[in-house]
Design a protein around this ligand. Structure first.
Ligand SMILES: [Zn+2]
Length: 59
């Protein structure tokens, strides 16, 4: 399945919310990358600020 990078957004801290973890390195994630995988299907992957630059540069 081909993923097409769509957009990036900051993760807003939610009081009492669970900490989101970067998919690549396991640090605290602060960014969400949205990908379209065909049709109307969008997937969200979470990354820290360091890893997300690699993700967006690749797409
Ligand atoms: Zn990371």
């Amino acid at each position: 399945m081909k993923k097409k990078f769509m957009s990036l957004r900051s993760i807003i801290a939610v009081p009492n919310g669970k900490t989101k973890i970067c998919k690549t390195c396991g640090n605290t994630a602060t960014q969400e990358a949205l990908f379209n995988v065909g049709g109307d299907i969008t997937v969200i992957e979470r990354y820290c600020i360091t890893c997300v630059t690699n993700v967006t540069a690749r797409s």
